[in-house]
Design a protein around this ligand. Structure first.
Ligand code: SF4
Ligand code: SF4
Length: 477
C-alpha cells in the first residue's frame, strides 16, 4: 500500500525496483514540489508490472510503503518477532516471522544482523505465510468420493485395520519435508520392513555428484567468480544476489532465459543455448533443477567443472533428500503406501499422504496433517547444502500429534515420540554429512535422461498464484 503523504521522495524504492528487482515499475510523476513516487501515470501498483516482491517496502525509511495484509488488520499492539529461514524453496532466505495471538501476521527481513539475502525476499517468502489459512489441522478420510474430517483417534483405527490386512508396504519421502520428518519416515520404513523410497520425478542423474556438505552460507561462493551463466529461470532471491554481484562490475550471461521476465534486461550477454559458451575458471553456471530439463542439466555438467556449477531447486530440503538416498519407487503394487510430504507414487490398495495442505494429498484414501514451514521446529538442507532452521512461530503441535499416532501404531517407540529426539538425530546427521565424500563427476551420456521439465509439485505453487491475484482485491476487516 502506498501513502504519498508520508513519502519524502528519497527514491530508494525506485532504485531498488529498477536496479535489483528489475521490474522498474516505480518513478517520479510530476515535477518540482508536486513530484510523487508512483507507478507510471500515477496508476495503482496492482495495474503495473509489480511482482509484489516487497523489496521497496523494506527500503522505505518512513513507512510510505507497507504490506497489504489479506487476513489480519494491522495494529500497534506488540508482536513477537521470530527469526528463522523461509521454507518455500531451496534458497532458504532469512526471515522474521511476526506473531500476534498465535498467528503469523507479517513476514519481513531481519534488520539487525541481516542474513545472506539482505532485504531481498520474493513474493512467496514475503506473502506466502498467508497460505496458513489453508493448512490442514485434522485428518481427512476419503469416503464416498468426499473428504470427511476425522479425529486422530479415528485415523489411528483406520490405519490399524489397514495394517492388519497389509502384507506389503511402501514408505516414501519428498524433498518438501524437513530432515526430522525424513528421519521419522526412515524409522517407519524400517518398522514396516520396506525401503525408504521416493517418486522417480524427484530423482536426477546429478544427485550422486552434488555437494551435500551442510553450510551456513551456501551462496558465499558467488563471491569467488566474475562471470555468472544463468541457464533457464531461477529462484527470485538467487537472481537478486547475482544482480548485486553484477552491480560490483561482474558479468551476467543469460541462457534460454524466459523472454517475458523483466530480469532479462540486466543481461550483458544473452544466448538461446549453451553452444557458443565455454567453461572458464572464473565462470559459474547456475541452474534450477525444476526449471530446465535433465538433458539441459547434463549438458551443463558435461561442459563445466562441478566446482563451477551452482545447482538449485524449488524444493525446501533437496540436499537433505539426496543425503537420505531414497530408492526409486518399485512398480509392483503394495497393500499400504505412505508418503511424507506428497502423494504416494506407489500403486497401492490404500494410500496415506502426510501433507500440510489438502490439495497435496488429493486422491489419497487418508490424509494426515503435516506442519508447514512455520509450524515445526526443525532443520533443513536447502540448495548447495544450505543449512536452514525452522523455529515453529505458530507453536503448532501437529508434529507431536503425528508422532503420538505413530507410537500408538507401534511404529516408533515411546522414547522417540517427541521433537527433541528427532532434532538430535537431525543434528547428528548434519555433523556426519560434513565428512561425506562426494563422488567425482564422470561425463554423462544424454541417453535415457528426461527432456521435459519437472516443475515443483508443491501445492503452494497454486496457492501462491491465487494469493497473487487476491492481492488486487479490496479487503475489509
Ligand atoms: S514490490 Fe517489488 S516489483 Fe513491486 S514496486 Fe516494489 S520493488 Fe518493484
Ligand atoms: S527465494 Fe525461496 S527461500 Fe527466498 S523468500 Fe523466496 S521462496 Fe523463500
Amino acid at each position: 500500500m502506498r501513502d504519498a503523504n508520508k513519502c519524502i521522495n528519497c527514491g530508494r524504492c525506485i532504485r531498488t525496483c529498477a536496479e535489483i528487482q528489475g521490474a522498474n515499475v516505480l518513478g517520479f510523476v510530476y515535477r518540482g514540489f508536486a513530484a510523487i513516487m508512483a507507478p507510471e501515470f500515477g496508476e495503482s501498483l496492482t495495474a503495473s508490472g509489480c511482482v509484489s516482491c516487497g523489496k521497496c517496502i523494506d527500503v522505505c525509511p518512513v513507512g510510505a510503503l507497507v504490506e497489504r495484509n489479506l487476513h489480519y488488520k494491522m495494529n500497534p499492539y506488540t508482536k513477537e518477532a521470530i527469526r528463522q529461514n523461509c521454507g518455500l524453496c531451496g534458497v532458504g532466505c532469512d526471515i522474521l516471522a511476526e506473531v500476534q495471538g498465535g498467528e503469523v501476521v507479517r513476514v519481513t527481513t531481519p534488520l539487525e544482523k541481516p542474513g545472506f539475502n539482505g532485504k531481498n525476499l520474493c513474493f512467496k517468502g514475503r506473502f506466502g505465510w498467508q497460505s496458513n489459512q489453508e493448512k490442514l489441522d485434522t485428518p481427512l478420510l476419503l469416503r464416498d468420493g468426499q473428504y470427511h474430517a476425522i479425529s486422530w483417534n479415528e485415523a489411528l483405527e483406520v490405519i490399524q485395520t489397514r495394517t492388519k490386512l497389509a502384507k506389503s508396504s511402501s514408505v516414501e519421502i519428498s524433498p518438501h519435508i524437513t530432515l526430522e520428518e525424513m528421519l521419522l519416515a526412515s524409522k517407519v520404513s524400517d518398522k514396516l520392513e520396506c525401503a525408504l523410497s521416493a517418486n522417480r520425478k524427484y530423482l536426477s542423474f546429478s544427485d550422486q555428484f552434488l555437494d551435500i556438505h551442510p553450510k551456513e552460507d551456501a551462496f558465499a561462493r558467488l563471491d569467488d567468480f566474475t562471470e555468472y551463466v544463468v541457464v533457464g529461470a531461477l529462484n527470485r532471491t538467487l537472481l537478486s544476489l547475482i544482480r548485486l554481484q553484477q552491480l560490483k562490475g561482474k558479468k551476467l550471461i543469460l541462457v534460454a532465459y524466459p523472454e517475458t521476465e523483466p530480469f532479462k534486461r540486466f543481461a550483458d550477454e544473452s544466448h538461446n543455448d549453451l553452444r557458443n559458451l565455454d567453461a572458464g575458471p572464473n565462470r559459474l553456471f547456475i541452474y534450477n533443477q525444476n526449471r530446465v530439463s535433465e538433458i539441459m542439466a547434463a549438458k551443463i555438467w558435461n561442459l563445466a567443472q562441478p566446482q563451477n556449477i551452482l545447482h538449485s531447486t524449488d524444493y525446501m530440503n533437496h540436499t537433505g533428500f539426496v543425503a537420505m538416498r531414497p530408492m526409486p519407487v518399485k512398480v509392483s503394487e503394495v497393500d499400504l503406501a505412505i508418503c511424507f510430504g506428497s502423494i504416494p507414487s506407489a500403486k497401492a490398495g490404500f494410500k496415506v499422504a502426510i501433507s500440510a495442505y489438502q490439495t497435496e494429498g488429493r486422491s489419497c484414501d487418508l490424509i494426515l496433517p503435516r506442519a508447514n514451514f512455520l509450524g515445526i521446529e526443525a532443520h533443513v538442507l536447502g540448495d548447495n547444502g544450505k543449512l536452514s532452521r525452522l523455529a515453529n512461530p505458530l507453536k503448532s503441535t501437529i508434529f507431536n500429534e503425528l508422532t503420538r499416532l505413530l507410537y500408538r501404531l507401534d511404529w516408533i517407540s515411546a522414547a522417540t515420540a517427541d521433537m527433541p529426539y528427532w532434532n538430535h538425530l537431525a543434528q547428528e546427521l548434519i555433523s556426519r554429512l560434513q565428512s561425506t565424500e562426494i563422488k567425482l563427476y564422470e561425463k554423462q551420456s544424454l541417453e535415457g535422461l528426461r527432456d521435459n521439465v519437472i516443475p515443483s509439485d508443491s501445492p503452494l505453487e497454486d496457492i501462491m498464484a491465487g494469493l497473487f491475484e487476491l492481492r488486487k482485491r479490496a479487503v475489509k476487516f
